[in-house]
Design a protein around this ligand. Structure first.
Ligand code: NDX
Length: 254
């Protein structure tokens, strides 16, 4: 544990993150964007989806890269920096690649502001706790938690990107209609991209063995698990021919 580490804010931030997840489950309503926009937020200013995703995700990337860039070159290979590098890589993709390609419908401005606040806080919490509060031995690279965690992180990232690509291909440029996703994990579940993201962040929590990372994985499970459930319900209502064997989030189970 580094002497500069302030434990109380790290614990408080983790508790807030986990509580936000519980709050979403308790409220049992998905956030009002995408498929659930019209039913939950019928009016209000909107931004094109590409600009909205770029703006709202950018703070996670900027904060983590900013903190990583301050590290002396000589210690860039230490486990904490490599793990923070994984976080940066995810948000590089989400900020600059996903947002460039999305064909989502216009996005509520108030959600962009809330998400920017969330991404700033979470980006800082994860980066600060890794860089200033963790003390991994060099042997961490051969620890089973690191290997399995990084494996799950990469597997989840792959599933997430592949599934988002399937969704992206359902629409022609300018279209905002909904179609039945086919292929990949969508054969079994409606929330294939969400399952990928959940696996990814639990992998990160395992590889970092840190409380803030576990709190973020738990938040992701609650937020996206709920969203998968509502997406599934949306599909069953909208499409009479929706595959009956398809589940919401966990193949063959739920
Ligand atoms: N962004 C994570 N409020 C969120 C934004 C909203 O990255 O606390 C959480 C994230 C934020 C949220 C974020 C944090 C909590 C906030 C919330 C707002 C309020 C909330 C701040 C930061 C909050 C207070 C403080 C008040 C309590 O038109 P469209 O958009 O539906 O089109 C979609 C299209 N598509 C289809 N096209 C044709 N046919 C179909 N059948 C289609 N189905 C979908 O595909 C989209 O263009 C695209 C993907 O849509 P969808 O709905 O499957 O995914 P989406 O939810 O948009 O997420 C996109 C990706 C995905 O990979 C997902 O895993 C990841 O982002 N994500 C998303 C949300 C959070 C998150 C990851 C995480 O928690 N790790």
């Amino acid at each position: 544990m580094s002497l500069d580490c302030q434990q109380v804010p790290v614990l408080a931030g983790s508790a807030v993150l986990a509580s936000l997840g519980v709050f979403f489950l308790y409220a049992a309503r998905p956030s009002a964007y995408g498929k659930h926009l019209e039913s939950l937020a019928p009016a209000g200013p909107r931004l094109p989806a590409r600009a909205a995703w770029l703006l709202q995700e950018l703070p996670s990337f900027a904060v983590s890269v900013g903190i990583l860039a301050q590290q002396p070159r000589a210690v860039l290979g230490r486990p904490a920096n490599v793990l923070l590098g994984l976080f940066c890589a995810h948000y590089f993709h989400r900020t600059f690649v996903y947002s460039l390609f999305t064909r989502g419908r216009p996005y509520p401005v108030f959600i962009v502001f809330e998400a920017m606040a969330f991404c700033t806080g979470n980006g800082f919490l994860q980066s600060y706790s890794l860089i200033y509060c963790s003390d991994y031995p060099v042997e961490w690279y051969t620890d089973i938690r690191f290997s399995l965690g990084v494996f799950l992180f990469i597997l989840g990232l792959g599933i997430n990107i592949h599934s988002d690509y399937i969704l992206y291909q359902l629409r022609k440029p300018g279209e905002i209609v909904y179609k039945i996703p086919q292929g990949g994990l969508f054969t079994y579940i409606s929330g294939a991209n969400f399952l990928g993201e959940i696996v990814e962040w639990f992998g990160f929590a395992l590889a970092t063995w840190s409380l803030p990372a576990l709190a973020f994985a738990f938040f992701t499970l609650c937020f996206l698990g709920l969203r998968a459930f509502h997406h599934h319900r949306f599909y069953l209502k909208r499409f009479e021919n929706y595959p009956k064997s398809r589940k919401a989030l966990i193949p063959f189970i739920f």
